[in-house]
Write a protein that binds this ligand. Structure first.
Ligand SMILES: [Cu+2]
Length: 132
């Protein structure tokens, strides 16, 4: 009987620790990666980012990306923005966009994301290199 109580207490402790970790998991557990750093300069250029849950290494499906911005901050031209629009993606955890780039060089793609089951909003920046 004593042994069983100990097990239950240990189990309860484990549940509490798990709950605690979940509460403090969050935005830092996710990262955005470029599908390909090199992209084509010009109109209708395609770029893609993969959202990864770092602890599991798994791509995150069903995220909603919003407040996206594409600008040339990496080359000291933060004011130079590019129009872009989301495109369908077949690959789980991959989010694709079509962008009208106006200049070769470094482009920063900034975004916020809502992930299913995650209360924090994820923020990310991915740097691309547009080539002529
Ligand atoms: Cu520029």
């Amino acid at each position: 009987m004593k042994h069983r109580n100990f097990l239950l207490a240990a189990l309860a402790g484990l549940v509490m620790i798990t709950a605690f970790e979940n509460a403090f998991a969050g935005a830092a557990d996710y990262s955005f990666e470029p599908i390909s750093v090199d992209i084509k300069n010009g109109a209708a250029s395609e770029l893609g980012v993969r959202l990864v849950h770092k602890p599991s290494g798994k791509p995150v499906e069903g995220a909603v990306l919003f407040r996206t911005r594409l600008d040339m901050a990496p080359d000291g031209m933060a004011d130079m923005e590019a129009q872009h629009a989301a495109m369908p993606s077949e690959e789980p955890g991959v989010y694709r966009f079509k962008a009208d780039l106006t200049m070769a060089g470094g482009w920063a793609f900034r975004m916020m994301a809502k992930v299913p089951g995650e209360k924090d909003t994820i923020e990310g920046v991915v740097i691309f290199q547009a080539k002529d």
